[in-house]
Ligand binder design. Structure first.
Ligand code: DCP
Ligand code: MG
Length: 590
């Protein structure tokens, strides 16, 4: 990474590319911050993890560029026709009758801490610790300090930074107060985290004959009166746009997008793609480097290429990922199961018993397509593929490296919430998840429900129990972008790009996951689904912790400094004594 591609400014290509997309960070010296992060983490385990991510993205970009180069004019005009038709359909279904309001507290945790300790007012403040910070005051953001940044790097960026530890009881208390206010405007408000909610204000505007702008101002004022905290509000014809709007005049501001088609189109045309929920720094980089897209207008202009590259390769990716998993484990399977969830949330499971054992992506794709075509026409939300009924391959080339039931259980140790949901007997493995129906491999008594641990995309393999399954599935995160599946091209539409990215980057089975899709299984922090980058960073943090713990298990302390640290930790943390602080994970090897 870095040095070879960027000469004397290696930090420019460092994957932890600092982002100033967050409110209050517009004027930050991006390059300076990027350089400091690079220099402070270079040579650390964290750095290696970032390097892996960067290599994956680069490979993805190269592969997409190669696919782009193969497209003929004929292909492009074919995809253009499909896209034009889809745009017309979407335009026809545009609903401008509802008024949505999105509200988001300003620097929430930091604001609560300042409210309770006025001495912090106007100071650069970070909530969290040396290992990781949850948020920063707007004063601290000017230095480049932001959420999900290790505290010791934040301190380097802003030496006078004040750290306050988190206190979730306080944040919940103030969150409840804001929710009492929301319920007066919309009893069915949708809270997506402690500090965010969506309210439909169509009715209240009508009832009180007031504009959405007046409702927004009144709501902000009431929240301030009730809590002493400020929030920012966005109003628009749908939730996605309302969220984009609430960020425009942050902090303590509001932005109203009228329910008018031209106003919406004008607003969207100049909007940078990064502002759209679900498009994080990785997707932004890929779209920019592969297709030169950085605004929403360019998404429309390059719709044919987007359709050709991103929808088409999705099914190939699913088959390919499953194939890679099977090959990596030296397995061949004879039962292929397709699991799909329709737009109306009906779950269907279809299986086929094959004449031969397969594990190539070509075979998987052929049979998966057959299963899917039998279901057409259908509107899809989710697709999953599973191969089971394995060939008992005694000549497994992977031999002793293959995972066993023991190793499976060992992995589970680091995921307390998962181990609770795994039930084993001599021949059955059952992984339970809430809210979905199950698919069963009768011959091997295996049931696997992975919808609630989507981000883990786990492969559970065992020789001892002759029980194994691999399931890769992806789900549209944006309900408003569901597409009708009519044929081969549409078949490929069922996986959205950000989910594929997430699936690809989260193959490590020891990762934490999201309970109810928004609560971290390890620390209980709530991060809403549309905070894709933040969620990724948060999971990376726990992954870092786990890696560090693994590393520390075999750590031999030698220097007096390390010895004294060990003693200190022993007295304070009992069994945790041999662990070193998380920030060591980010420190350079000497
Ligand atoms: N949070 C967290 N970890 C993250 C992101 C957020 O713990 N990676 C917590 C701390 C935040 C709160 O969630 O205070 C709300 O998140 P926001 O993204 O809304 O950030 P803030 O409210 O702090 O600032 P802003 O004014 O930008 O909304
Ligand atoms: Mg906020």
């Amino acid at each position: 990474m870095g040095e070879t591609s960027s000469g004397d400014r290696p930090w420019q290509s460092y994957h932890t590319a600092y982002t100033n997309a967050k409110a209050g960070m517009e004027g930050v010296d991006k390059e300076k911050v990027q350089r400091i992060i690079y220099e402070m983490s270079k040579g650390s385990k964290y750095f290696e993890n970032e390097k892996r991510k960067e290599a994956f993205i680069k490979q993805k970009i190269e592969s997409l560029r190669a696919q782009r180069a193969k497209l003929t004019e004929k292909d492009i005009s074919h995809f253009q026709m499909i896209v034009n038709k889809r745009i017309l359909e979407l335009d026809g279904s545009r609903d401008l009758s509802k008024i949505w309001l999105h509200t988001d507290m300003d620097a929430f945790y930091a604001a609560v801490e300042t409210l309770e300790n006025p001495l912090l007012k106007g100071k650069p403040l970070a909530v969290g610790g040396m290992s990781m910070i949850c948020t920063a005051s707007y004063e601290a953001r000017k230095y480049g300090v932001r959420a999900a940044m290790p505290g010791f790097i934040a301190r380097k960026l802003c030496p006078e930074l004040i750290f306050v530890p988190t206190n979730f009881g306080k944040y919940t208390y103030y969150s409840e107060k804001t929710r009492n206010v929301f319920s007066k405007y919309d009893p069915d408000y949708i809270a997506t985290s402690l500090d965010e909610a969506y309210l439909e204000i169509t009715e209240i505007c009508k009832q009180r004959s007031i504009s959405s702008e007046e409702v927004a101002a009144e709501l902000r004022n009431t929240i301030y009166q009730e809590t002493g905290l400020t929030c920012s509000v966005g109003v628009a014809p749908n939730r996605m746009l309302a969220k984009v709007c609430s960020d425009i005049n942050k902090p303590n501001g509001q932005f109203i997008l009228p329910n008018d088609r031209d106003a919406v189109m004008t607003f969207i045309s100049s909007l940078p793609i990064r502002k759209v929920g679900g498009i994080g720094k990785v997707t932004e980089q890929i779209l920019r480097e592969v297709l030169g897209i950085s605004t929403c207008t360019e998404i429309l202009q390059k719709g044919a290429l987007l359709h050709a590259l991103f929808s088409h390769c999705s099914t190939v990716d699913l088959a390919e990922t499953l194939s890679n998993d099977m090959q990596k484990e030296g397995l061949l399977g004879r039962n292929l199961t397709l699991k799909l969830k329709t737009a109306s949330f009906e779950v269907r499971t279809r299986a086929i018993s094959l004449q031969k054992y397969v594990n190539s992506k070509e075979d998987i794709l052929i049979y998966a397509s057959k299963l899917l075509k039998a279901e057409l026409p259908v509107r899809l939300r989710l697709l999953g593929l599973r191969l089971s009924h394995f060939h008992d391959d005694n000549h497994n080339p992977l031999g002793p490296t293959q995972k066993t039931l023991t190793s499976f259980l060992h992995i589970s140790e680091s995921i307390p919430s998962i181990i609770n949901s795994v039930h084993l007997n001599s021949s059955d493995v059952q992984i339970m998840g809430g809210g979905t129906s199950s698919s069963t491999n009768e011959s091997h008594g295996f049931q696997c429900e992975l919808n609630d641990i989507l981000e883990s995309n786990q492969l559970f393999v065992s020789n001892e129990g002759n029980v194994t399954s691999s399931e890769i599935q992806a789900e549209y995160s944006n309900k408003e972008c569901q597409s009708k599946c009519k044929g081969k091209e549409d078949l490929t539409n069922i996986v959205d790009f950000s989910d594929r990215k997430r699936a690809a980057s989260s193959r490590d089975s020891s990762r934490p996951f999201w309970i109810d899709d928004y609560i971290c299984s390890v620390c209980g922090i709530e991060i809403p689904t549309n905070f894709i980058e933040e969620r990724q960073e948060h999971l990376d943090y726990h992954l870092a912790q786990m890696l560090q713990k693994e590393e520390c298990r075999s750590l031999t302390f030698s220097s007096p400094l390390e010895k004294s640290r060990t003693k200190k930790q022993k007295s304070s943390s009992g069994k945790q004594a041999k662990y070193i602080p998380i920030d060591a994970f980010f420190k350079k090897k000497t």
